[in-house]
Design a protein around this ligand. Structure first.
Ligand code: ADP
Length: 754
């Protein structure tokens, strides 16, 4: 079998169509000749013409082998027909990324050259080629290129053979050598011309193309010689055997075709397997679909026009690894809206013979249109079209899946953000009450990290004290899947928190499947609430204490006042006055305290003047009237810069507390002292003392040390709060040192007057 290596890439792509107006013809021709491919086609054509002229001039109409009885007038068209048939009998073989087209054309040329005079041989070769180009509707540029190349190559073959001469009727060694040499020369010329264009298209130097193809071309040249010579000899000596000569050639052709088809199928299966992976992975799916489907169907061009867009993604045989984005081709026209697969062969551009168009749609959703331009001369088989349609459908399914996945990922990330950023704790437990989700807010609330919580039973994580109802952790049931419960938990750091768990559970026939629990921290509200109720209880108690004697004595005076001695009456009035004054102080203190928040510095209405601290202490001690107070003070006045009234209030609170929180017979020592910078009053008692962790808290509003003693001692918890704030407002302070069960020492410090 004789064959020629021919690549489709060698065929320059379709050029501008339409006939230029005669006046513009020259300009159009010049413009075309600026195209490097067209320039090479023109050069090859010129070479062919020159060599053909040389043949006509040198070899004339000498024949190489005489002895054939058929007249040239009959032989010429016969051999031209044979040449045409040989060119049409093509087997396409994949060879790496390229496709080899193997034909019997060159073998037919050898027969032409041996049996016909040079001029007629040229004619038969050219006519056969032109006829084959017309039958196969080859693009003009490609047909012209082939004609130029083969004319040049066959001219070289003719010249070599005819220069060598020959003996009539027999294939002498001289002829044999000349034919072999001529065929190799033919192959070399053909390959060099081809390399010029291939090199240009692939961006490689022509020489590398020649090197890559040389070996295959040499083998093919040998096949060409063998087939051509054998056929010629049989034609000369036993023409009746010629049909038998055709049979092995045809058999080999069909065997090749079968092998080629099988190789195609294998390559296609491999591509489709890769495609199925690509579709399943749903990543970059359109691009990978184009690359693999183009390869599987060996299409000249594969494109996808996404729905509602004007730009298409496409990949061509010339650049099989590159997907480009560009304007949709005009030949797609109305076919972009078709509902089912269609083959177009009319109204397409020159050079684009057969197009298969399939919709990319699935489940009632359309994603676009895919089109495949055939690389072969025949229409695509129905099986292939159906397969393409199914693949396009699979692409649509994959795209739809990818869209769903994207949406799902988006929704999940939104949900994730809600869970992550929620100020409330969110926990999800499964049917066995094992923790499945534990958000950051819950980590902060419970001080248990998510990594530690996940997978553990919920009851282990909430250290609910034994007194609480065990059902409060899981108050849901199939009848009440939504429920909320408040409970107090103990954190790993020992702190107690009051929480509210709002459950939203789902149940199946065999019990709980999942429970989503939103957990709010109520500790602050809970404490405030408790503080409020404690405060109300404390205030009502404190108000009632002085009110009870006032009401009692007023009642006594009303009923028996006229019968009482003046002294008794004055005592009763004094007591009423005293309790009323206490009440008024209490109310005043409460009002004052209500104006400040904890930790807030006061802008108090205090006046500053020089007062003798000794005298202020003496007045407070006298007002308190307790013999337990022992005062130590310098003999001279101790001037302090302060508000006299407010200082009396502070001292009364400190000395009063000393008396209140120590035993009935214990003394309270009050010391007035001065340094250069400041003046001080120390109030030392021998009472119960204050626990170390409460030393600073006693200055907080409403804080009272909770112990049996305070339970038995009345008080509001605002005395020290006000004392410190008043002292600070006057530029001083109140501090304390205390030892539990030994006693406390409060110190009021004030500035000296300037
Ligand atoms: P209260 O009206 O309760 O006395 P204070 O603000 O004056 O309010 O005192 C706050 C708390 O500090 C008291 O309830 C008491 O527990 C504690 N405290 C104050 N002074 C003394 C003291 N001298 N000895 C022991 N505890 C004291």
């Amino acid at each position: 079998m004789s064959a020629s290596a021919q690549r489709d890439e060698a065929a320059p792509g379709p050029r501008a169509v339409g006939r230029p107006a005669p006046t513009r013809a020259a300009a159009a021709l010049r413009a075309r000749l600026r195209d490097p491919i067209l320039r090479r086609v023109a050069a090859v054509g010129l070479l062919g013409a020159i060599l053909a002229a040389l043949v006509v001039a040198l070899a004339g109409d000498r024949e190489v082998l005489h002895g054939i009885t058929v007249p040239t007038a009959v032989l010429l068209p016969g051999l031209a027909l044979l040449t045409c048939l040989a060119e049409i009998t093509v087997v396409r073989l994949r060879h790496g990324e390229a496709v080899e087209e193997l034909s019997l054309y060159e073998a037919a040329l050898v027969i032409d050259v041996l049996l016909l005079p040079p001029r007629e041989a040229l004619l038969a070769a050219a006519a056969g080629l032109v006829a084959a180009s017309v039958v196969q509707r080859r693009p003009m540029v490609k047909a012209a290129f082939n004609l130029g190349t083969y004319t040049a190559a066959v001219s070289v073959l003719i010249l070599i053979v005819h220069l060598a001469g020959g003996s009539p009727g027999t294939v002498t060694p001289r002829v044999l050598v000349a034919v072999v040499a001529g065929t190799f020369a033919f192959t070399a010329v053909n390959l060099c011309c081809l390399a010029q264009v291939l090199g240009l298209i692939n961006g490689r130097p022509p020489w590398t193309v020649v090197r890559a193809e040389a070996r295959l071309s040499a083998y093919m040249a040998l096949g060409t010689v063998a087939t051509g010579l054998t056929t010629t000899v049989i034609a000369l000596h036993a023409p009746l055997l010629l049909p038998f000569m055709a049979m092995p050639a045809l058999a080999v052709t069909y065997a090749y075709r079968a092998a080629a088809r099988e190789a195609d199928e294998r390559a296609r299966s491999a591509c489709l397997l890769r495609l199925s992976h690509a579709l399943a992975e749903r990543e970059d799916v359109e691009r990978r679909f184009l690359l693999l489907v183009r390869e599987a169907f060996d299409a000249e061009l594969a494109l996808i026009l996404p729905e509602g867009q004007d730009e298409a993604l496409s990949v061509t045989a010339a650049e099989p690894a590159v997907v480009r984005r560009g304007a949709a081709p005009s030949w797609l026209g109305a076919a972009r809206d078709i509902d089912g697969p269609a083959q177009l062969s009319e109204h397409v551009e020159p050079g684009v013979r057969h197009v298969v168009v399939v919709p990319v749609a699935a489940g009632g959703r359309r994603f676009g249109t895919a089109a495949f331009v055939s690389r072969t001369r025949s229409r695509m088989s129905t099986g292939d079209v159906t397969l393409l349609a199914s693949l396009a459908n699979a692409l649509a399914v994959s795209l739809r899946g990818a869209q769903h996945l994207d949406r799902l990922v988006e929704e999940t990330s939104k949900l994730q953000a809600v869970v992550e950023q929620s100020a409330e704790g969110i926990m999800v437990v499964d049917g066995d009450a094992l923790v499945q989700m534990w958000n950051p807010a819950l980590e902060a609330l419970t001080r248990v990290p998510a990594a530690e919580a996940l997978g553990r039973p919920m009851a282990q994580l909430f250290d609910v004290s034994a007194q609480q109802d065990s059902g409060s952790l899981m108050p849901v049931s199939p009848g009440t899947p939504r429920a909320a419960a408040e409970l107090t938990i103990q954190r790993p750091d020992g702190e107690q928190r009051r929480i509210r768990m709002a459950h939203s559970a789902s149940f199946a026939a065999d019990g709980l499947t999942r429970d989503v629990i939103v957990i709010s921290d109520l500790t602050r509200e809970y404490r405030t609430e408790r503080l409020k109720s404690d405060f109300i209880a404390m205030v009502s108690h404190e108000l009632r204490t002085p009110l009870t004697p006032i009401v009692g004595y007023v009642d006594l005076l009303r009923k028996r006042g006229d019968r009482m001695t003046p002294q008794k009456r004055s005592e009763a009035l004094e007591l009423i006055g005293d309790r009323a004054a206490h009440l008024s102080r209490l109310v005043e203190d409460l009002l004052l305290a209500s104006r400040f928040g904890d930790g807030e510095e006061i802008a108090l209405d205090v006046s500053g003047a020089s007062h003798d601290l000794r005298a202020l202490v003496a007045q407070v001690v006298q007002d308190l009237g307790s013999p337990r107070v022992v005062v130590t003070a310098p003999d001279v006045p101790v001037p302090a810069y302060c508000d006299g009234g407010r200082t009396l209030q502070v001292l009364a609170n400190l000395i009063g507390n000393g008396l209140k929180y120590s035993a009935e017979d214990a003394t309270v020592e009050v010391t007035v002292r001065a340094t250069e910078q400041a003046v001080y009053v120390d109030v030392r008692d021998h009472g119960r003392g204050i626990p170390a962790d409460a030393l600073e808290r006693v200055f907080e509003k409403f804080y009272r040390v909770e112990d049996p003693m305070t339970m038995s001692t009345s008080g509001t918890g605002i005395g020290l709060f006000l004392a410190r704030r008043l002292a600070r407002a006057m530029g001083g302070d109140v501090t304390v040192v205390s030892t539990l069960d030994v006693g406390s020492a409060f110190t009021l410090s004030l500035g000296r007057p300037y």
